[in-house]
Design a protein. Structure first.
Length: 269
């Protein structure tokens, strides 16, 4: 597990966007051999998406040969609802770049057969040989996608009832009214994320500090699904200074020293 501790959210977002673009370009994707990119909605990657759009507009990258798979979606919310992940991804990223519509994959929370939707999603990911790079964030309880505390560490894409805590946290996107937050979602599993060749997780803000400590300094625990990344062969956690406030001083110093050259340079695109 690599830990990159950036000065702030802006720096984190710029570095991550350049890193993703550099990875795509290095793979030299084609229509027959596309780059498979896992993505997430929510507030954490918004800065990254802004920078990806900027890099596209500057002619630094094309997404024509990129296929995306999003981590999750609410059940029973219209795709054009401002808080649906379909809407969010289109608003922040897809409508601004040259990715073909048929290359975008987001779970359908309105299908009549939700279980089949989940199984088909896993099969479609596998049909491309798996995810090259999964970009995600975490919640305050260290959840990856909607894999909340207690989730199986080998779980696959499935139907997931949301905890009351998650609904409270997400109510800020629904005018503060918890009654408007969907109670169920479709989500990739921890096992799905772990199958990706590389996983890059963005974490920012003091509110995530406790989860960062649990995920980095303590052992693998199904109550903190972020901790599973300790076992991934190529996982990167990009966080800002505020989110490391509960880490030991020695831990922060160790990772800052180890990654000092990386942190000082934006990856070339």
């Amino acid at each position: 597990m690599r830990i990159l501790i950036h000065e702030n959210f802006e720096r984190l977002s710029i570095w991550t966007a350049h890193y993703i673009v550099a990875k795509i370009k290095a793979a030299n994707p084609s229509s027959k051999n596309p780059f498979i990119l896992g993505l997430s909605a929510g507030s954490s990657p918004v800065g990254v998406y802004k920078n990806l759009v900027d890099l596209y507009k500057k002619g630094k990258i094309s997404f024509k040969n990129v296929i995306t798979f999003n981590m999750d979606e609410y059940v029973g919310i219209a795709e054009d609802h401002p808080q649906s992940y379909h809407y969010s991804m289109n608003y922040h990223l897809f409508s601004h770049i040259d990715i073909p519509t048929e290359n975008i994959n987001i779970l359908d929370g309105n299908t009549l057969d939700l279980e089949k939707e989940c199984n088909d999603y896993e099969e479609k990911i596998a049909s491309y040989g798996g995810i090259n790079l999964f970009l995600g964030g975490i919640g305050r309880d260290g959840n990856l996608a909607f894999n909340e505390p207690g989730a199986s560490l080998t779980s696959r894409t499935r139907i997931k009832p949301l905890t009351h805590e998650t609904m409270i946290a997400n109510s800020r996107f629904f005018g503060g009214e918890i009654s408007k937050v969907p109670k169920t979602a479709l989500t990739v599993g921890v096992g799905t994320v772990m199958d990706a060749k590389e996983v890059l997780i963005i974490i920012n803000g003091y509110g995530k500090a406790h989860a960062v400590r649990k995920g980095i300094e303590e052992g693998v625990n199904h109550m903190w699904t972020i901790s599973m990344l300790q076992l991934h062969k190529q996982s990167v956690i990009c966080c800002d200074d505020e989110s490391t406030m509960e880490l030991k001083v020695g831990t922060v110093k160790y990772f800052k020293d180890m990654e000092s050259e990386t942190l000082a340079n934006i990856p070339a695109v």
